[in-house]
Write a protein that binds this ligand. Structure first.
Ligand SMILES: [Zn+2]
Length: 360
């Protein structure tokens, strides 16, 4: 059993000091994500019993085969990119293809990224596919969208996306909120489109959000996003669990490169995200998921060996006992156990996320 703290990411969409309760410090700047895992994009530092960094990282002890999950705390002040993650077959083939010199660097690694976001505070997102009638109602209100409407009727999803990106002028983006209102969408959705236009007034990818469903999660509720399902997190603080990959293919709402054709190829129109309307304490167990998550508020629990496990303390206190070791976690630190580490027992008074791989 090892103890880590998160590797901090200061992406521009992060909340100012939004992760300070878990980062252990205020930086006065955006704190977007804390990474707990062995992904080379953000190796987690090991800490000792006093919470001080030892100078080593988790990846010095284990490789990605032993640590198949990446866990993040995320604090979004404004919308993240409209994105899709590739399934394993596409990630492996795409990674191979971009090893050729001159090929664009679309992927970060050869792995699938399937993710679940558990809201720690109210959390808003665009995710999955918007009801078709709503899409038609919105596009009818948007100048220049007749071509996209025709392609929608013809069932050409890639064509619709290309057509929307082609009409994404400043005026068109500024009209999204009015279009949502005329289409009869909720006040929260209209406000979300105001937020999108305020933050990305010149980004044609804003138009793609017309195709995406809108979700509002209460604390403790979760959304499971399989590879191939498009999404853009709008705002909030949450815990994100994913397979250990950073493969993000973007369509808009970003200063990073967008790869429209790669994204269209990765989209799965037949798949929807799963909303897990659970409260703290329930097991969040999406069907066919590579992981299970339990949010334990109080009491004790056995965490059996046989799979990768990570216990991240969100608030309060937790003691983890395994073999001869006993560790007291502080918020923002996590106990990490490989599959062949012995059974562990956790006693919590607060909120601890217990995350286990379902793959041995
Ligand atoms: Zn994502």
């Amino acid at each position: 059993m090892l103890v880590v703290r998160g590797a901090i990411k200061d992406y521009d969409w992060g909340m100012t000091d939004g992760l300070a309760p878990w980062a252990g410090e205020s930086t006065g700047g955006p704190q977007a994500e804390l990474w707990f895992g062995v992904h080379p994009g953000g190796p987690s530092p090991l800490v000792d019993a006093d919470g001080d960094e030892t100078g080593e990282v988790l990846a010095d002890k284990f490789d990605i085969a032993a640590i198949p999950l990446l866990v993040k705390l995320l604090a979004a002040a404004r919308p993240l990119s409209v994105q899709v993650h590739p399934p394993l077959s596409a990630a492996a083939a795409g990674w191979q293809a971009q090893q050729t010199s001159g090929a664009p660097r679309v992927l970060s690694d050869p792995f699938e990224k399937t993710e679940m976001l558990i809201a720690l505070e109210p959390f808003e997102a665009f995710a999955g596919w918007r009801d078709r009638e709503q899409v038609i109602a919105m596009l009818t209100e948007i100048d220049g969208a007749q071509g996209a409407l025709k392609l929608l009727a013809a069932g050409d999803l890639g064509g619709v996306i290309r057509a929307l990106l082609a009409i994404g002028t400043k005026e068109c983006i500024a009209s999204l909120a009015a279009a949502a209102s005329s289409a009869g969408l909720s006040a929260a959705q209209v406000a979300a489109y105001v937020t999108v236009a305020d933050n990305y007034p010149d980004d044609p990818g804003a138009l793609v959000t017309v195709l995406l469903d809108y979700l509002s999660l209460a604390a403790g509720e979760a959304i499971y996003v399989p590879a191939g399902v498009p999404h853009s997190y709008i705002r909030g603080i949450g815990l994100e669990v994913m397979t250990s990959s950073d493969n993000v293919i973007r369509l808009g709402l970003t200063s990073k490169p967008v790869f429209v054709e790669h994204a269209i190829a990765a989209l799965r129109p037949d798949l929807d995200p799963q909303i897990v309307r659970a409260v703290h304490g329930d097991i969040l167990w999406p069907v066919n998921s590579p992981f299970v998550v339990r949010m334990l508020t109080e009491g004790s629990e056995r965490i059996p060996m046989g799979a990768y496990r990570i216990l991240l303390l969100i608030e309060g206190t937790a003691v983890v006992v395994s073999d001869a070791a006993e560790i007291t976690l502080r918020p923002g630190t996590a106990a990490v156990m490989a599959a062949d580490d012995p059974d562990a027992y956790v006693e919590a008074d607060g909120l601890v996320a217990i995350i286990q791989s379902t793959e041995r």
